[in-house]
Design a protein around this ligand. Structure first.
Ligand code: SAH
Length: 228
């Protein structure tokens, strides 16, 4: 019974990844190339999304849609996970900072592509749950801390890449300072109207922001706002 269920999930997962690849083929070249970047869909093929969604949503785990995970938060849409992962251009030796652990799914996908993932989550219950799911999945290179992502994780900086999975009005200043010189940051920018953006550091110490695609993410939680 359990085996059959696993086989069903694997089938659904490969179908979803095929749908993502077809959709990527219709996107502008830079976005298509990010989704199809070597390793990205392979990494997603190895992560059981059904373990990261709420128990009642297991049947929907392979819809290409965000799903609620409690605390007014969501696990991101698989296509967006593929896109953001590819835009980070992860390399095996990279140390990546993620802001917004949520379910831990994005971190699990990244964990297959890089050396270490450091992930900051403001809702302690979500951090705790993600730790449990990742441990059960045998993922040992994701480190999660509870805190406000605006501050990043200074003790572990610099990072080769930073991925932010909640939307902010502007690029958080502390995060820019924690990005390695050749590093890039991928994040949704804006409140009502959000754009997925890639931020890169320039040789002169400044940074460049490129907005690529309209997206919809939950907003950054401001600590003390009471909405956590
Ligand atoms: N990457 C997640 C999706 C997360 S949704 C996944 O794969 O499931 C956004 C997450 O950002 C939520 O869990 C939310 O609690 C968290 N978040 C929002 N504001 C934050 C802040 N200021 N600091 C850290 N995490 C924050």
């Amino acid at each position: 019974m359990a085996t059959k269920q696993n086989a069903d999930f694997e089938y659904e997962r490969s179908r979803l990844l095929q749908r993502i690849a077809s959709e990527a083929a219709t996107m502008p070249p830079e976005l298509r190339d990010a989704v199809m970047a070597p390793g990205v869909l392979d990494a997603m093929a190895q992560v059981a999304r059904e373990n990261f969604v709420a128990p009642g949503d297991v049947v929907s785990a392979y819809r290409n849609a965000p799903l609620p995970i409690g605390f007014n938060q969501t696990i991101s849409q698989p296509l967006v996970v593929a896109l953001m992962t590819g835009l980070l251009a992860p390399r095996k030796s990279d140390r990546i900072l993620e802001i917004g652990t949520g379910s831990g799914y994005q971190a699990a996908v990244l964990s297959r592509l890089v050396a270490k993932v450091f992930s900051v989550e403001i809702v302690s219950e979500l951090a705790e749950r993600a730790r449990g799911v990742l441990a059960a999945a045998g993922v040992a290179n994701v480190h999660i801390k509870v805190g406000d992502g605006h501050a990043g994780w200074p003790e572990e900086a610099p990072f080769d890449g930073i991925i932010v999975t909640a939307a902010a009005d502007r690029v958080p200043e502390a995060l820019l300072g924690q990005l390695a010189p050749a590093g890039r940051m991928v994040l949704p920018l804006g409140r009502d109207r959000q754009m997925l953006a890639v931020v890169s550091r320039e040789a002169d110490g400044g940074h460049r922001v490129r907005e690529l695609l309209s997206v919809r993410f939950v907003p950054f939680v401001e600590p003390g706002s009471g909405s956590q």
